[in-house]
Unconditional design. Structure first.
Length: 313
């Protein structure tokens, strides 16, 4: 880190035993969000197939990451370049201990089949195309982290409305289910952008990078200002991100038990400055990527412990 950056201890809530996506589908949720099974019927809360010919416990062969620059590992190992080796989702760097490496450690035959389709700068509008790519690669497990760029705009009036965000995510998941009916999907919450402002506002280096790179102006413009207008602006941007996360929880619940949402684990995480890239004080560093994997993998780990002869459909 640059001189003067204080190393702090991360204070993040422990991952819940089961995320919000595990809960039974509320009556009418599938109709509200638009998620339906490939045959056109609303998704059932849970169905278990067992007996002769049923597969063993869940063992994905192909894993795909979709979303934005966070999942691409952007700025985690160099100057303004993606670094998929250090992605929390599909990275193969042992220091990060990604979902991919943890699946391997759990016996899943995914070796050599961790595909990263995340694109720096992507928004929810890009998700359907990325999901089509996941289908084309015959994904068995897909991670999704998208939404920061829907809120990080030049002017807060340009932020993606929550209902548009919800519709886009629901449509992308519908594309995924239609092409890969047995796929399982993990939705990570959008991190708290105001936390970025909190940990970087007193750093000369962070403020300089934010200004020169025009990084997330909707939240990070005039970072030292305490004027009511700026405080209120930051509050509105944070509220929009919270709205995105509520939408993720609803869409995942409607999808059914083959989807898990992190229960706001990332949004609630009080990450520290040393967990941000020294290149922009916005994207996660290698230790930040590791933190994301550490917080989120326990939410899907029980899938690997499913008994033989049982599967979620």
């Amino acid at each position: 880190m640059l001189t003067g950056v204080v190393t702090l201890v991360a204070v993040c809530p422990a991952a819940p035993a089961r995320a919000a996506g595990w809960q039974p589908v509320e009556s009418g949720a599938a109709e509200r969000t638009g998620i339906r099974a490939a045959g056109g019927r609303p998704v059932a809360a849970r169905a278990v197939a067992a007996g002769r010919g049923a597969p063993a416990g869940w063992r994905p062969v192909v894993m795909v990451a979709v979303g934005d620059s966070i999942s691409s590992g952007f700025n985690a190992c160099g100057w303004y370049v993606p670094c998929p080796a250090r992605s929390w989702a599909t990275g193969d760097d042992e220091r990060v201990r990604s979902h991919y490496l943890r699946l391997l450690g759990g016996g899943a035959p995914v070796a050599g089949h961790g595909v990263n389709l995340a694109v720096p700068g992507a928004t929810s509008a890009d998700l359907a195309r990325q999901m089509a790519g996941a289908v084309a690669r015959r994904a068995d497990y897909v991670t999704v982290l998208v939404g920061a760029q829907d809120a990080c705009v030049a002017d807060e009036r340009q932020m993606t409305p929550v209902d548009v965000y919800r519709r886009r995510v629901a449509g992308a998941l519908e594309t995924l289910r239609a092409g890969r009916p047995d796929v399982r999907v993990f939705l990570a919450s959008v991190p708290d952008l105001r936390r970025l402002w909190q940990v970087g506002r007193n750093s000369v280096a962070a403020r300089a990078f934010w200004a020169v790179g025009r990084i997330c102006p909707s939240m990070l413009a005039r970072p030292r200002s305490t004027a009511p207008a700026d405080r209120e602006r930051r509050g509105r941007v944070r509220a929009r991100v919270a709205g995105y996360n509520s939408a993720l929880a609803q869409v995942c619940a409607a999808y059914g038990p083959a989807c898990r949402f992190d229960g706001n684990a990332l949004f609630d995480c009080r990450f520290t400055r040393d967990q941000l890239s020294k290149w922009d004080f916005f994207h996660p560093s290698a230790s930040g990527q590791r933190l994301i994997a550490q917080l989120t993998f326990p939410l899907i780990e029980d899938w690997l412990r499913e008994p033989a002869g049982e599967r979620v459909i």
